[in-house]
Design a protein around this ligand. Structure first.
Ligand code: GUN
Length: 296
């Protein structure tokens, strides 16, 4: 039976440290680190994520600003909101919750966020800095950064030479995760929907990063015995066994099967999810320090 990687506990340790640092920041600067989250529309899952981000920020002594705009918000109005946040020196981090409604050009909005306030790390300037290995200036995407922390919790700080198979090639997770593990001196394979014989490929991985968004797609016999599995998927599926109309959250990995083979595995929920929020807080504090001329 695999070791269960307790993302909730690791995230709680990290946010505890960040709370102390936020206190020191506030003493030095006279006002707290501040994260602004913008939500357009009323997608229930996005609303929960945004609320949790705000709650965590306040719990650790940050200021939280939440801008909730109706689904039919004009692109020009969203642009005006972001320009106001860019120009407000008391706001250090800006996150626009994705996906945006279809009538809004997502890449145009992301490119408008000031790169130094882009706590998601999605702006092309930050993507470029990550790819160039300029970690002192870049903002690093939260979910991939959290995945590295979770892998290290089991394997230790030195991941060099490990073969990492990243399943999924999204800009939000797959591609930046590959870059981050590459920076840890791993050997990287990025697999996707056109990859041939995916089970055999995944079986060669020392570390599996599952980020495809398909419930329980990765099966137990795809996992090399002893491998470390980081499951990024958050999928809501029907759970008739819990009663009529009930649902549950599952990852991209068939947890019950994979837990028999893997050396260590993250659960869903309670793995990558809490780590993502913790890394967002870390990025906000980093952004605040950089903007106020304090050392990282
Ligand atoms: N939607 C799903 N994941 C994310 C994320 O990491 N950042 C933002 N802004 N939106 C998301």
């Amino acid at each position: 039976m695999a070791r269960i990687i307790d993302g909730k506990a690791i995230a709680a340790r990290l946010t505890g440290d960040l709370a102390n640092e936020a206190g020191r920041f506030t003493d030095a600067i006279g006002s707290p680190p501040c994260l602004a989250v913008v939500l357009v529309g009323d997608d229930p899952a996005s609303a929960v994520y945004v609320r949790n981000k705000g709650k965590t920020a306040e719990k650790i002594g940050f200021r939280s600003v939440q801008k909730v705009l109706p689904a039919d918000t004009a692109e020009t109005d969203l642009i005006a909101e972001i320009e106001a946040l860019n120009g407000d020196p008391s706001v250090h981090g800006i996150l626009v919750q994705l996906p945006l409604p279809d009538h809004i050009d997502e890449s145009k909005i992301i490119e408008l966020i000031a790169p130094e306030k882009d706590v998601d790390g999605f702006h092309p300037v930050n993507v470029g800095r990550l790819n160039a290995g300029e970690f002192d200036k870049a903002m690093i995407p939260c979910t991939p950064a959290g995945s590295v922390v979770l892998a290290k919790d089991t394997l230790g700080d030195d991941l060099s030479g490990k073969h990492v198979v990243v399943v999924g090639r999204s800009n939000i997770v797959g591609k930046p995760a590959a870059q981050l593990f590459l920076a840890e001196h791993c050997t990287i394979t990025i697999a996707h929907s056109r990859t041939k014989d995916l089970p055999a490929l995944v079986r060669t991985a020392d570390i599996v990063i599952a980020a495809v968004g398909r419930p329980e797609m990765i099966k137990g016999d795809w996992i090399k015995p002893g491998a470390t599995v980081v499951d990024v998927g958050i999928n809501r599926i029907d759970a008739p066994e819990k009663g009529e109309g009930k649902t549950k959250l599952v990852g991209d990995v068939d947890f019950a099967e994979a837990a028999d083979t893997a050396g260590a595995i993250t659960p869903v929920p309670g793995g990558v999810g809490p780590m993502t929020i913790a890394m967002l807080m870390a990025n906000t504090l980093k952004a605040a320090k950089r903007q106020c001329g304090l050392a990282d």
